[in-house]
Structures are given as C-alpha cells and as structure tokens.
Ligand binder design. Structure first.
Ligand SMILES: [Zn+2]
Length: 477
C-alpha cells in the first residue's frame, strides 16, 4: 500500500475524516467498491461481525428463537399489502424489472426488510394456538437504496443484520417479547460493547413503517451526534390482518396473531469505533475484540529460538484460559506491529524479548495506555476484565455528562452545536417536532424514555403550549 501508514487525522481536527481513515487503514471496511454505498467488509471488520453473531445466537437460543433463511426477492404485491410499510420503504427499495433478458411480469423487490415475505409464510404455518409463539430470526443482507450521503457501516446501501420476527396469541405476549429483546438480549450485547445508551420510544414520525411503537438504543458518538443502534418494533396486528395470519385459540375462536420484529446490524461496528476510538485508531472492548491479546516477539540475533518457544507457550496457555490470542510472527519490525494492532483496537499486547524470557516475565501494554511487567500469566484475564469495565465506566460518564436540560428553543439552538442529548418538553405535535429540528439547526426529537415516564418541567419548547412529554433531542447520523 502506498498510502501513509497509521491515522494521520486527529478526532478534534476532523472527526469524519479520522473515522474514514480508521475503518480503512484498520482493515474494517473499504468503500472503494465499484458501486457507491455498497462497501466491502474486510477481514477484521467481518471478524467482529462473526463475534456479534456468535454471541447473539446464544441469546436467540435462550429466547427460543430459531434461525431460518428467507429469499432475498419479494414480489411487489406482497410489499403493497401493508400500506404504511409500503409508504415507508418505497423510496429506498431497489426493484428488479428485468431478468433473463426479458421484462418481468411482476417486479421483484430486493428486500429492504423481510416482514412481508416472512408473514406470507407465517400465514401458511400458523393454524392453532399450539403453533404459538412462533419465533424466527435470519442473518442476511438488506438493501436500502438511500439517496443521502453514504458512510461506511453507518449509512450504506447494503448492510448485514439479524432480523427477528415473532407471532403471539396475545398482545401481552408480544409486549413481553419486546421487553425481553430490549432489556435482556440487546442489553447483554450493549454490555459486551461497553456502550451506554438511552432506551427511547420513538416519536410517531420515526416509528418503524407498520409498527405501533418502536424502541431503539440511541448512543452518543464522540462528536456529540447520535447513532441509532438496534430497533425493536411492536407490530400489533398491523401485519396479521392484511396477511391473514390467524389461529384457532383454546376457546375455539379464530383470532389474528400479535407480532414483533427487531434487528441489529453491521452499523454497530461503526458505532463501536466512533464511540470508543482514539487518535491512534479503534479501541475495541475485550468482549467484542476478535483478538483480545496479540503477542509480539522482540527478536535479537542468536536468541530467536528461546523467544519463539516462549511466545508459543504463552499463546497456548492463554488459549487454554479461553482467550482469543494471536501471535504476530511476521518479519516486520516490532514498532510497525505495535502501531498496526493499536490501530485495529486490540485491547492488550504482550511483548516478549530475551530479557523477559530470562527473567520469566511478560511485558504488557493495554490499548488504554497502561504498561506493566507481569510475573503471573493468569493476570492477563483480570486485566482484560478491567479494560472492559473501564470502557463501560467511561461510556456511562460520557452519556450522563452529555444530557442537558433546555427550556426554550433559543437555548436548544445555542447549545445544539456542542452536541449531546438535550432534554426538553414537547406538546406531542408533529408540526412542532418538524420545527424543532429545522429551527435548532438539526437537533431532532429522538423520543421518550422507554418504560419510564418523566414529568414535564415546562411548556413545549416550540409552541409554548402544555407539554405532554419529556423528550430527548440530538443531532443524529
Ligand atoms: Zn408544541
């Protein structure tokens, strides 16, 4: 590669440029693919995605949700069955009009999400209350031909995700599923990401197309803007009616099912980098780092063998301890390797030279900058746990410090530049919501705290009428 090694831009100079350098030079993703917005996920980025899959699959299993696979093309007539859904996705759906050199009789949509094709099948599969709840997930790609600016991982035209879809006999059953997904499954993932978030119920205008309500994880990036994490949607009976998904209940009556859908995407990888990274590159929490430890041998002429033997032994014993370890025995200099693994965000490196072998010691350097000499290899696991904890604490402090109360639009306008979350009062009208965003210079209503009602502390910050909700506002990606 001819371009300069290492990250040349500081976050404080140009956050966006810093991010683009980190994701490409760190081997996460490359946006130089021939079709704009259809990016190439590179090995290091994909390894993180595989870890997310591995961890989430365990949670799916505990939840009783089964993995499946549905086709990527959806006949246009299915998309049209639920009006709000069609309206919400029309602008960004890619349509296939020709195949085999001929015009298709019916256009095929490349899935922008899979509710419609899945529920076509749910209609065939669900007959009785004994078939419920039905819970499926699929890991797949999604295409949304967004015309806005693209950004690797954060806003691409194709991304990977997990989409869970469930059908229940009662509304309570569906609501309990939403709670379980949000409070147990995605919360566990966020613990692993060492990311604090606001759990928000979206305003009507930004509810998933076809849902009664949507709950999202909103996380603040270091530039003060928000990235939306996983979303969970209470679909009610909005799909079961047009798709005619009915079951015979215990009382012998035919009823429509209640449904939920939820998803976590590769966007999360971008959020991890923008949330935790520093001027040297990415900083990965140990729980989600493909390599938690990298061992770099420091070689001196005539003493190579003793160092090599030692590094292999250390790798083996750390792996036996259940850690993900890489031994970097490439010919490059140690300094080059240090920089590269720092850029990739590996939480801990071990340096082993002849002196360390003789003294039976390990020199360790954490990605948070702590250097130490260890006598006991078992300590490595503890240090990784400390890094995870420290990143979580930092994230929590960052979030709490960033929430500011605003009473007037003027105040919001003035402070929106600082970034962060702004807590204010809102009357609930869509009109005010629109004005708040345009008049504040882009801070939008992100939603109300999910499951925790807050009492307004003033009037609507736009119209001055009685406020119905305390809302959180922020600029967002
Ligand atoms: Zn208002």
């Amino acid at each position: 590669m001819s371009e300069e090694l290492g990250v040349q831009t500081k976050r404080s100079e140009d956050f966006s440029k810093w991010y683009l350098e980190v994701v490409r030079k760190g081997g996460f993703i490359d946006q130089r693919s021939p079709a704009k917005g259809f990016d190439v996920i590179m090995p290091w980025g994909y390894a993180i995605w595989q870890l997310i899959q591995e961890k989430f699959n365990v949670l799916l299993k505990e939840d009783g949700t089964h993995n499946t696979y549905f086709p990527m093309v959806i006949p246009e007539r299915l998309l049209k069955k639920e009006e709000d859904h069609l309206e919400g996705f029309k602008a960004e759906t890619m349509m296939i009009t020709d195949a085999g050199g001929e015009k298709l009789e019916e256009k095929l949509a490349v899935r922008p999400t899979s509710e419609t094709i899945m529920y076509h099948m749910f209609n065939l599969w669900i007959r009785s209350h004994t078939d419920l709840p039905m819970k499926v997930n699929q890991w797949c790609n999604i295409v949304r031909y967004d015309t806005k600016m693209t950004k690797p991982f954060i806003r691409g035209r194709e991304f990977l995700w997990s989409e869970g879809h469930t059908a229940h006999a009662t509304e309570e059953g569906a609501k309990a599923q939403v709670d379980n997904v949000v409070k147990k499954m995605y919360q566990k993932m966020y613990d692993d990401f060492a990311m604090s978030k606001l759990l928000l119920e979206r305003p009507k205008s930004d509810t998933f197309a076809g849902a009664n309500f949507s709950v999202v994880f909103d996380t603040l990036m270091q530039d003060g803007k928000v990235v939306q994490g996983p979303g969970t949607h209470m679909l009610g009976q909005n799909f079961s009616k047009p798709f005619d998904i009915k079951f015979t209940d215990q009382d012998g009556k035919e009823k429509f099912v209640w449904q939920t859908s939820w998803g976590i995407t590769t966007r999360q990888i971008g959020a991890l980098i923008m949330h935790h990274g520093d001027d040297k590159g990415a900083v990965l929490p140990p729980e989600i780092a493909p390599y938690q430890v990298v061992i770099v041998p420091i070689l001196f002429k005539g003493k190579e063998k003793m160092v090599e033997d030692k590094t292999k032994g250390i790798k083996k014993s750390l792996e036996e301890d259940g850690l993900r370890v890489h031994l970097d025995d490439r010919p490059q200099s140690a300094g080059f390797k240090f920089n590269e693994w720092e850029l990739k965000g590996v939480p801990l490196r071990i340096e082993i030279g002849p002196k360390d072998v003789e003294n039976e010691e390990l020199t360790i350097v954490t990605r948070l900058g702590k250097k130490d000499v260890l006598k006991d290899i078992d300590k490595v696991k503890e240090i990784l746990a400390d890094i995870q904890k420290e990143l979580s604490h930092r994230s929590e402090k960052f979030l709490l410090d960033s929430i500011k109360d605003v009473k007037t639009l003027e105040e919001l306008k003035k402070r929106a530049e600082e970034g962060g979350f702004f807590r204010g009062n809102w009357c609930g009208s869509g009109e005010c919501e629109g004005w708040i965003k345009s008049e504040s210079g882009g801070a939008e209503v992100r939603g109300t705290l999910y499951g925790k009602e807050e009492k307004p502390f003033g009037n609507c910050i736009y119209c001055g009428k009685d406020a119905k909700h305390v809302v959180y506002m922020a600029k967002a990606y």
